[in-house]
Design a protein around this ligand. Sequence first.
Ligand SMILES: [Zn+2]
Ligand SMILES: [Zn+2]
Ligand SMILES: [Zn+2]
Length: 145
Amino acid sequence: MKSEREIFEAYLIKRHLRGTPQRGMILDTFLKREEHITAEQLYDIVKKRDPSIGQATVYRVLKLMVEAGLAREVDFGDGVMRYEHCYNHPHHDHLVCRGCGKTVEVLDSVIEELQKRVAESFGYELTDHEMYLYGLCQTCRKKKA
Ligand SMILES: [Zn+2]
Ligand SMILES: [Zn+2]
Ligand SMILES: [Zn+2]
């Protein structure tokens, strides 16, 4: 199995882009963190290690990681795009609290199977999907009551 670094470097070569130490550092920083991270948060972390890194560089590397299949964008409906690892990570969906933004990663085999069946009933072969369930978490429900 190829490492994420190898995949990223192969993708840069394919796109005729240079692998700079800054790009490598942004990639490593992203890979080390297991949570859903915004471009802003990633920028805050990397600029502490290398203040010469610009925000545009971080955005560009994130975009390249998505294109290379290493990261995926997740949209929790609050107007901020977040990123999570996607290579070598099993598929999951997200449950999002509308009150505090808390998220849970969920997987339900019945729903997964149903989605395939819905696609097939229209003659589609399902390649991928995203599912977000929005609601209020327990803490937020108690606050409301
Ligand atoms: Zn799913
Ligand atoms: Zn909540
Ligand atoms: Zn996730």
